[in-house]
Design a protein around this ligand. Structure first.
Ligand code: GLU
Length: 409
């Protein structure tokens, strides 16, 4: 008898759909069907891409030279612009040959893990984590090792916790500041302490810096004063440069989620290996997006700063309003555009005839009863939390939280 072969491989069959995209897709489908759903689901700015970036793309699309392949690792001018941005914001001197341009930050995340991990290599993952990291690690044959920090510690892991998780198989520390899903930002001192610990133990760092330009002043509720910078871990500990891959992109800073333009930066050997992988996987990113990316990085930054100020304003509103709900504890985030309330105080009690016992059930309940979409904590680690993105319009934001206040009154 013929040997029964699985239709879908074990490796791919074990991957769950991205929970953030799933909730976002469900909310958008309900909206398209005419439901007045307010979605705090996807981390996606509501603003259009700034006009000078769109104009660069319009020019690019009519120029035949952009109808061809570029080098798989990206246009030389864009890699140059990314090198300049990396020096400006991450304090790291690199050459353009240390850059691979990717289809969004997500491809850079996957390629970084694929480039570094052998089967069984462990990656320390500060938790709550963005839903895609553990899947990327497992796809690359690695083992994610969660280190949890709750609301009580500002969602920031300590060196002691990291050290307790380290084993002889630990190869990489994932570092994300500002964090998705919590918006937490490590202080320069905390970043330096973690970097020095990683350096001492010869670990690699994969640092996701996609939210690096979205930070807010920790001492005021709205950012009139200078904001707290998210200092890059390679700036805090320059000796790490030879074992660090930085991941970044234009999506969040320039409202360009749909353009799919990210990048990875690192030491020559890792970048060359990642570029080889990408040359078989996707080749280059669309020329049009690359040209738009040059305009974003080298052009005026005022539109990006104005969007940041709008997020800061919304942050103030959403934290204040959610904290009026008894049973929700919402720390004030200092970066990105997410709040991450602890909702355990709402579980095990009836709301509109339904008693949720997990944050997954609570997320279903608020969508069913008041048509508000948020991503449950289960997507990012333990149950007991909801993630709200505040990258949506001011009016919708206020209406959404008021619906929750009425439901949980
Ligand atoms: N990174 C965003 C989020 O967390 C976009 C969705 C995704 O790619 O996961 O919502």
């Amino acid at each position: 008898m013929a040997h029964e072969l699985k239709r879908i491989s074990t490796r791919i069959g074990s991957i769950a759909e991205s929970a953030t995209l799933k909730v976002d897709g469900k909310a958008k489908a309900l909206q398209a069907a005419g439901r007045p759903v307010i979605s705090f689901a996807a981390g996606e700015p509501d603003f259009p891409t700034p006009p000078h970036i769109v104009e660069a793309a319009l020019l690019a699309v009519s120029d035949p030279k952009n109808h061809r392949y570029t080098p798989a690792a990206g246009l030389p001018d864009l890699r140059e612009a990314i090198a300049a941005k990396t020096l400006r914001d991450s304090g790291l001197v690199i050459s353009p040959s240390q850059v691979v341009v990717t289809n969004g930050g997500k491809q850079a995340v996957y390629q970084a893990f694929a480039t570094l991990l052998d089967p069984g290599d462990e990656v320390i993952v500060p938790t709550p984590y963005w839903t895609t990291y553990p899947e990327s690690i497992r796809l690359a044959g690695g083992v994610p090792v969660d280190v949890f920090a709750g609301a009580d510690q500002g969602y920031l892991v300590t060196v002691e916790q990291l050290e307790a998780a380290r084993t002889p198989r630990t190869k990489v520390l994932l570092f994300v500041s500002p964090s998705n899903p919590t918006g937490a930002v490590y202080s320069p001192e905390q970043t330096k302490a973690i970097g020095e610990w990683a350096e001492e133990h010869g670990l690699w760092i994969i640092s996701d810096e996609i939210y690096q330009n979205l930070t807010y002043d920790p001492s005021t509720s709205s950012g009139q004063a200078a904001e707290q910078r998210a200092v890059s871990i390679v700036e805090a500990v320059p000796a790490l440069a030879d074992r660090t891959i930085l991941v970044n992109g234009v999506a969040k800073t320039y409202a360009m989620t749909g353009w799919r333009l990210g990048w990875m930066v690192g030491p020559q050997d890792a970048i060359k290996a990642a570029a080889n992988l990408q040359s078989h996987l996707t080749s280059n990113v669309s020329n049009i997006s690359q040209r738009a990316g040059i305009a974003a990085l080298t052009g005026p930054q005022d539109a990006a700063l104005a969007m940041r100020d709008a997020f800061d304003r919304r942050r103030t509103v959403i934290v204040a309003e959610l904290n009026k709900i008894p049973g929700m504890v919402t720390p004030t985030p200092q970066g990105a555009f997410y709040v991450y309330p602890d909702v355990t105080g709402l579980l095990g009690r009836p709301w509109g005839g339904v008693t949720p016992t997990t944050s997954l059930e609570l997320a279903d309940l608020i969508l069913d009863q008041v048509e508000v979409a948020a991503v449950p904590g289960e997507a990012f680690g333990p149950s007991g939390y909801l993630r709200f993105s505040y990258a949506l319009g001011d009016d919708a934001l206020l209406e959404g939280v008021q619906r929750l206040q009425r439901l949980f009154a």
